[in-house]
Write a protein that binds this ligand. Structure first.
Ligand SMILES: [Cu+2]
Length: 115
């Protein structure tokens, strides 16, 4: 009986915490992110691989990025992250020095190819 009591003591707060986590409202957006290839796709999706982002898929043909994220972060802050990894978004331009360091096939400004 004592064991059960301690188990409850341990698991109830855990359940409460996970419930709170699920209550954060999410937002779904689609935005343009510039890039060329599958390497770009990995880089873009990795740039916003943070706990607040629940879903991220970029399409190299349409350049559309679909994101589902908790509203504790904003679309702007996500776009800034992506830009800081070298990819221009609708609203933010990647710094030139980061862009220049991308692999050749990823240089979407000079050589927009999808392969
Ligand atoms: Cu690429």
């Amino acid at each position: 009986m004592k064991k059960l009591f301690f188990l409850t003591l341990f698991f109830v707060p855990l359940l409460l915490i996970s419930n709170i986590a699920q209550d954060i409202p999410t937002s779904e957006i689609k935005l343009k992110v510039f890039g060329n290839c599958d390497m770009c796709k990995k880089r873009i999706e990795k740039a916003i691989d943070i706990p607040e982002v629940k879903y991220a898929k970029w399409d190299k043909h349409t350049k559309n990025l679909k994101v589902i994220f908790e509203t504790t972060v904003s679309s702007d802050s996500l776009q800034k992250r992506i830009a800081s990894f070298g990819h221009d978004t609708e609203k933010f331009k990647a710094p030139d020095e980061v862009y220049k360091k991308l692999p050749k096939c990823c240089l979407y400004r000079d050589n927009p190819k999808t392969h």
